[in-house]
Design a protein around this ligand. Sequence first.
Ligand code: NOJ
Length: 504
Amino acid sequence: MVYQIYPRSFADSESGSEEGVGDLEGIRRHLDHLVWLGVDAVWLSPFYRSPMADFGYDVSDHCDVDPLFGSLADFDRLLDEAHERGLRVIVDWVANHTSDRHPWFLDARSSPDSEHRHWYVWRDPAPGGGPPNNWRAAFGADVPAWTFDEASGQYYLHLFLPEQPDLDWNHPPVVEAMHGVLRFWLDRGVDGFRADAVHAIGKDRALLDDPPDSAGTPRSSTNDDPATHGLLRDVRRLVDGYPGERVVVGEVYLLDTAKVAAYYGQGDELHLAFNFPPLYTPWQVDAWRRRLDEVEGHLAPAGWPTWVLSNHDNPRPRTRYGSEARARAAAVLLLGLRGTPFLYAGDELGLEDAVVEPARALDPGGRDGCRAPLPWTAAPGHGWHAEPWLPWPPHSRQRNVETLRNDRTSILHLYRRLLAARRASPALVQGDMEILPTGDGVLAWRRSDAADVRVVAVNFTGDERSLTLPGGRWTVEVSSDGLEEGRRWLDRLGPDAAVVLRPS
Ligand code: NOJ
């Protein structure tokens, strides 16, 4: 299980340069909590030097820590102490674009003849004037993916904010430089990378217009150019060339599982790819059955799946699904499926998104709510040294690490029991998955690895459901409501409940 930390919002210490913003030392101080929870690996969202137009996804130096988050020495210490505890550390690799304040872009913008001009994508205006093509940027309705540069009379491409110009991966020095970034962090000992928007690095050289049916859709969610695959094979070779086990998990933001599958290549591109359709799937049994079928049918033949219900870009599951009971059932679902689960920090507390008044809104993409700070303690201040950069999530006096750790019936303890059950069961970690016939509103599947077998069942309805399983007697190993654990399975699944069962 990979636990995603958004450093600004996880925990602060006195060592970062800005009060109320989380930092690397804050993360280090909570490593024992992650071990207690049962985390295997952490993924750190960007902590690199950045003007913070996109809160770190606009990088101005890929090989240094922004003073906001501490220093490289803080990173090394965090990495060492994580490794001492058996935790792996994955860092973000923002490969598609840089900040517009990155020295490369400053130079590129300074003159069409500059050394770095062709590191980015520059084009003359369209024949009648205006942007070179109809591509749209992310964040904001109908924003062109091009910004005009008065000085040179050309446009530059940005699939995200104008402050995030796209690198031109057709230009070999860019490939070399971004490989250098990978080596820099691998040499420091990281266990791998989460590759940001990596499906977007290869671009159609002709930069043709998007067809009319996708013309209003941000290009960042449709860009699927064959050139990316060759680039990823090179990345894979580089990373696999390092000793030990390292992983590249790619953010392939194409909302089509069959397309995502292609990014595993022939086992020679991404080790893992995020598959986002499940994240956008409502809490409905038929919709989820389709998702499971798609993953088993399209993705599993290509590579080992991932499961993501949450991250720093989307409302949290507790907010989306509407109740804690469903958030708990979703925990069982996430940790019971075949593949590597990713858990966004705070979901284990059942956090809801913060309500962020327009006057306090910061993110141009409207994603502040899920980025609210983690409350560590019950007392006001919740364990932070200063008022955090965003408002607290709702009910922080009850919903904080301290209170929930002291309550064995809490969702936090549910996550801990699930992770322990998973770790102890080869079937849950790596076993096959077979969907079982069930009645209305219930989804159940069997996981098996040689003699080890588990059944996972989820009730998507608000009513009790019966579920009779073939093959002898079963014992409730973990239940989302904490009831009946260790007891014989009585063929009944409570409202909005989910269970992991083992043979008796
Ligand atoms: C995906 C990241 O998850 C998101 O936070 C960011 O804004 C974009 N990529 C651009 O880097």
